[in-house]
Design a protein around this ligand. Structure first.
Ligand code: G
Ligand code: MN
Length: 296
């Protein structure tokens, strides 16, 4: 057996445990080794999930999400590689790559005379280690002639927990705005959310975590959502309801109302060709459908 536990005499469980750790280490090593060639070969693909405006029910934005489809390894899930690349720092290159794919997509739509809308990309706390990081994104946006107000950076609320980096994040967000980009807080309400974020940081969009909408029949939940949406509105911050899946949730959100809805109710994240096909077929009969007795 290749991975014997040093305390093998205490029983099989220990051996099994060591083996699992070794397998994870080996797998991580493999993924790290595949990274550079996958960037070069475009094995990382940009998927898009639409954001729909409440009321007009029009497509007003999208989130770019990474998918890793490796020719030999098959589909590798973000839940496996994102934490890994956050640890070893590769995440910065991956996010830059995704940002460039996003810019290319917007440029192509611009050339084809198609409708334009902001696209959000996720960024990690690692970027904020150097204060000039937005400059790199400016260079990419300019290369493709993309108006910067069509590009939004999503920062998960988790990155605001670390007190040591908070000043850097504040300054970084300021620079993002100076450069003309937009900034949103992702997964707001998932764990450590603080209303102080709204006061302390320059935020354009608040993305309310899907956990808020899990039980909308509960009056308490509804009241909290309502207050958050109102507060954001008063501060000129847009709201996006994330992870919306049912007609019941849609009806509540229409009446509250938040600005945009993102979730499986409209579409899961799609490849570019699927997304544009979906866009062509998406008819805004949402209002009629909400009023009808049809089940979602
Ligand atoms: O953390 P962030 O909001 O960036 O995560 C986006 C992820 O949420 C994507 O991987 C996407 O597949 C998932 N997602 C998007 N819409 C829904 C939804 O309606 N339901 C659920 N369960 N997940 C969703
Ligand atoms: Mn996101």
């Amino acid at each position: 057996m290749p991975f014997k536990s040093s305390t093998v005499s205490t029983g099989e469980r220990c051996v099994f445990y060591d083996q699992k750790i070794m397998e994870t280490i080996k797998r991580n090593h493999k993924l790290e080794n595949l990274f550079e060639s996958s960037i070069e070969n475009h094995d990382f693909e940009m998927y898009l999930q639409p954001k729909i405006e409440v009321g007009s029910w029009k497509l007003r934005g999208a989130e770019a999400l990474v998918r890793w489809n490796h020719p030999e390894e098959g589909m590798i899930f973000p839940s496996e590689f994102i934490p890994l690349f956050e640890m070893d720092g590769k995440i910065q290159e991956l996010h830059r790559y995704m940002f460039e794919e996003t810019c290319k997509f917007i440029m192509e739509r611009q050339r084809a005379g198609k409708a334009l809308f902001p696209i959000s990309v996720n960024i990690a706390r690692n970027h904020f280690q150097t204060l000039d990081f937005p400059d790199k994104f400016v260079a990419i946006a300019d290369k493709y002639n993309v108006p910067r107000n069509l590009l939004e950076f999503e920062l998960t609320e988790r990155i605001f927990v670390d007190e040591h980096s908070i000043e850097n994040i504040k300054e970084g967000m300021h620079r993002i705005h100076e450069m003309g980009f937009l900034c949103s807080i992702d997964d707001f309400g998932a764990g450590y959310s603080s209303l102080g974020l709204l006061r302390e940081f320059e935020i354009d969009v608040l993305k309310l975590d899907r956990s808020f909408f899990m039980d909308m029949s509960d009056k308490k939940s509804r009241n909290i959502i309502k207050c958050l949406i109102e507060l954001a509105k008063n501060m000129n911050v847009q709201t996006v309801a994330e992870g919306i899946e049912t007609k019941e949730q849609m009806i509540e959100l229409r009446d509250l109302p938040c600005n945009l809805i993102q979730g499986y109710i409209f579409s899961k994240p799609l490849s570019v060709s699927e997304f544009e096909k979906w866009e062509g077929e998406f008819v805004q009969t949402v209002e009629g459908w909400l009023q009808s007795g049809q089940k979602a």
